[in-house]
Design a protein around this ligand. Structure first.
Ligand code: HPA
Length: 281
């Protein structure tokens, strides 16, 4: 009745499915399997350029990969080095609101795990519901509230992780502390808070923003929580940050173009923050 969640075997995941060459060994595996995975959401687009020794695969050339439909989201998997670490970065992610199943949304995270990634970095755009937040702020995600259907619903693949994963310390406390230290050194002001992942694609009503605040949220978004759940299920460490692109509890209308503009503006700070953390771990 049910089929198992997509599971990529480590041996499959290291194969160059695509035709691009460079960085591949003669046995067909990628040289330098990555240890760090990065999901380049809003604000981290520039980080792609900082990755050295790139080998790039288009999602459309990778069997099993969904292909993003959202404007502003490319669809490429970039292998290389950043801050002296071997990384794989997803340029373009998958959202539940596009119509992908929660399992499809997290498929790339499982591919990262199968390749040997131990820490996942994730960024996103979010609407501030904490009244102290301002447009352009960067919020380190301390915790989340997931309102998107859970990607672990269905038969559990025990070879990936447990049936009932613990979610304490979901966003790695050491990495959050490191972010504070680096932000102070670099003169970057960061906020901390709880990210509420909703399905979208509508921006929230005023009542819904108030509800997100009332249940303990600081920022509202439409991504991230499924990928983080899948990463934690597989035992990977997680660091996440949001660019606050709009302030929900105001009369500003939600606007996708504005979200992209604000994301780009905060991007430089986000890129510095992420690169320095990766350097230090
Ligand atoms: N709500 C949900 N997702 C978002 C928002 C918002 O206000 N801003 C950017 N992404």
């Amino acid at each position: 009745m049910h089929s198992s969640p997509p599971r990529a075997e480590a041996s499959d995941c290291c194969r160059p499915w695509a035709t691009k060459s460079g960085g591949e060994k003669s046995d067909g595996t990628i040289e330098n399997a990555p240890e760090i995975g990065i999901i380049l959401g809003t604000g981290l687009g520039g980080l792609a350029n900082a990755i050295e020794n790139q080998t790039i695969f288009e999602y459309k050339d990778i069997p099993g990969f969904p292909v993003s439909t959202v404007e502003g989201h490319a669809g490429r998997l970039i292998f290389g080095t950043l801050g002296g670490k071997k990384v794989v970065a997803m340029q373009g992610r998958f959202h539940f609101y596009e119509g992908w199943t929660p399992q499809q949304v997290v498929f790339p995270v499982r591919v990262m795990w199968a390749m040997g990634v131990h820490t996942v970095f994730v960024s996103n755009a979010a609407g501030g519901v904490n009244p102290d937040f301002r447009t352009g702020d960067i919020m380190v995600i301390d915790d989340h509230i997931n309102l998107i259907p859970n990607p672990l619903v269905g038969p559990n693949d025990a070879s990936i992780g447990p049936r009932f994963p613990d979610m304490h310390g979901c966003y790695d406390p050491e990495l959050r502390a490191l972010a504070d230290k680096i932000a102070a050194q670099e003169g970057i002001r960061i906020r901390h808070g709880v990210y509420v992942g909703g399905t979208g694609p509508t921006f929230e009503t005023q009542a819904e923003y108030r509800y997100f605040r009332a249940i303990g949220g600081d920022a509202a978004g439409m991504s991230t929580t499924p990928e983080v759940i899948a990463a934690r299920h597989a035992g990977m460490r997680v660091f996440g940050a949001s660019v606050i692109t709009n302030v929900g509890l105001s009369y500003e209308a939600g606007d996708h173009e504005d979200v992209q503009k604000q994301g780009a503006a905060a991007g430089k700070k986000m890129t510095t923050l992420f690169t320095k953390i990766i350097e230090k771990i």
